[in-house]
Design a protein around this ligand. Structure first.
Ligand code: PXP
Length: 243
């Protein structure tokens, strides 16, 4: 059964839009945990557009489930992660102009560097993972870097307008993830998952965790974080029980 990880960056987005002290992403994370989130994700971006270093420090002390830090594989971020020690780090590509992460990391273009980053994180007691497109070459490269887990980018799946296209993209995720069990890689997925498209992904037997931010926080604006998280957790459970 897949677990739900909740990304609370958008709460920090609202706060930073006024450079104010509220709403607080730490409070959001604790409510999300009470409502059924099994991990909390934040992305500490190089430009600090939403989550701030102090948020990550506070979350480290307050999160009771699991803290997953998304970050670019830069020297600055590796230093911060080794100091704060989230439970896991998901390495993501980062472009200054992008609105959100646009796709998976191309591990093949930076294999040695990513292997060094994974080793540094592991030696600090942090479990490293890499956000990739559903492509078996990237999966093998993640294993070669000694990542503990991968997160499949579900953005193309989510953007597919026709159900046949969506089924194709779903199949790519299933195919790319097929051999991960034997490789000892845990598989997560995320990006643009919402209340309408989450169930086919949640029903994939090897899927460990789904990381969801925008759709949950958007719904939370109307129904509150607790209900928004619970509704997503229920959909994931329902999909898992039909496996
Ligand atoms: N996983 C990764 C690696 C991401 O970069 C993001 C966005 O920060 C998410 C999951 C969550 O995506 P969304 O906000 O579209 O649910």
């Amino acid at each position: 059964m897949s677990k739900l990880g909740v990304n609370v960056d958008h709460i920090a987005n609202i706060r930073q839009s006024r450079k104010a002290i509220e709403p607080d992403p730490v409070t959001a994370a604790l409510i999300a945990e009470m409502a059924g989130a099994e991990s909390i994700t934040v992305h500490l971006r190089s430009d600090r557009r939403h989550i701030q270093d102090e948020d990550v420090r506070l979350l480290r002390r307050m999160v009771k489930t699991k803290l997953n830090l998304e970050m670019a594989a830069t020297e600055e971020m590796v230093k911060i992660a080794c100091e704060i020690k989230p439970d896991t780090v998901t390495l993501v590509p980062e472009k200054p102009q992008e609105v959100t992460t646009e796709g998976g990391l191309n591990i093949l273009a930076a294999q040695d560097e990513l292997e060094r980053v994974c080793a540094a994180l592991k030696s600090a007691g942090v479990s490293p993972g890499i956000f990739i497109d559903p492509d078996s070459r990237q999966v093998r490269a993640a294993q070669a870097c000694r990542a503990d887990f991968i997160e499949f980018h579900t953005g193309i799946y989510a953007a597919a307008k026709q159900s046949s296209r969506q089924a194709e993209e779903l199949n790519k995720i299933v195919q790319a993830g097929q051999a991960t069990g034997e490789m000892g890689l845990v598989v997560n997925a995320g990006h643009d998952l919402n209340y309408r498209n989450v169930q086919p992904i949640a029903a994939i037997p090897f899927m460990n965790e789904l990381n969801i931010g925008h759709s949950i926080i958007a719904r939370a604006a109307f129904v509150g974080i607790e209900r928004a998280v619970r509704q997503m957790a229920d959909l994931i459970k329902e999909a898992g029980s039909k496996q």
